[in-house]
Ligand binder design. Sequence first.
Ligand code: BGC
Length: 420
Amino acid sequence: MSQKLFRLTLLFVVLAMLMAMVSACGGSSAPAQEAAPTEAAAPAEEAAPAEEATPAEEAAPAEEATPAEEAAPAEEAAPAEGDNLVGIVLPTRDEPRWLQDQARFEELLGTAGVPVQILFSQGDSAIERTNVESLITQGAKVIILTPQDGTAAAAAAELARDAGAKVISYDRLILDTDAVDYYVTFDSVAVGEAQGQFLADRAEGEGNPLYLYAGAATDNNAFLFFEGAWNVLQPLIADGTFVIKNSSEAVAVQDKAELTRDEMAAIIGQVTTNWDFNTAKSLAEANLTAATAEDKGDVFILAPNDGTARSIADVFAADADVSSYLITGQDAEIASIQYIIDGKQSMTVLKDTRVLAADAIAAATTFLEGGTPEETTTYNNGVIDVPAKPSEVVTVTKDNVKEAIIDSGYWPASDFTGLE
Ligand code: BGC
């Protein structure tokens, strides 16, 4: 090799390395990357089977942006998908819950009969809006949106409505706008009630220490979960079975069976995890630091979902004054099923994302055909009663984990160790 050729080759290698570094530093939250098309955008008719349709995304763990997405600059966004594009905007890749939904949507691609594109908002309402705009530009006629912040998402929903697209609120309700055509969700009050019931059924005598934790105040579901839990727990707080240890706002209203939204907001403000694992951990640590040894012992913990439950459980498990703890969760995340098998988390609530994704695609298809999806109830979003179809939920404990999770085909046994 001549020296000139060698130098040129070296220069090329260095340039390629630099480009790779710049791309890797971009972070998964950059709008351009979030807007990058996935193979899921391919029309279902043309798409390879679901498993092959998105190799990069399916294989990648949550934290890592996929090579395909890193490489795709915004200008290379997918060309218009024709009249039937269904755009799906999910809140974040950083929680296994939403990767479940992504995978379930991808499993449906082969059968959906419509082209689908999935984008993530990475916890940022501005990216969420950019994602909706991008989908509309590509001709999306239905937008399935899980709002990062229920109220902030109203503007994005109105954008979609103004462009002639139908808006389906997915799992979380878009608030304070009439630009929501349909809501597919689980019965979130029932989720909270299942969590509360689990703790209530296991409390004996009086004075059982109760620690309350909640989701993000920007998520309407956080209120519904708390409302459901309060429905069950409040009578047992009022009669002294439980004693709330970490929320003066909850103690102040402990004799009230029904709380106003403002009262719930005040409690959630004190005990919010913001759906963030680190926030949950720090809050639990602060609560235990502030508590006396008598506030500990055999404790009962209302944790709003699996990710936060694992963080909070680890903190309580490490406290020498906590002799035992019972802790709730929801989402049937693989890591939490393992925690349940190992006795580190007490329960979860299975919200079958296979059903939710299928309901959303069925509703989208109905809209594309000019029809009206099935409505079993309505949810008021502050402006209108949104037609909705909530799905049922299942309590999962160590006792029924095999039946509810493995036998139902939700997760394969090979994902776990120690299953009996
Ligand atoms: C969902 C939960 C999820 C939580 C955090 C809620 O709106 O219903 O399933 O764990 O958000 O992302």
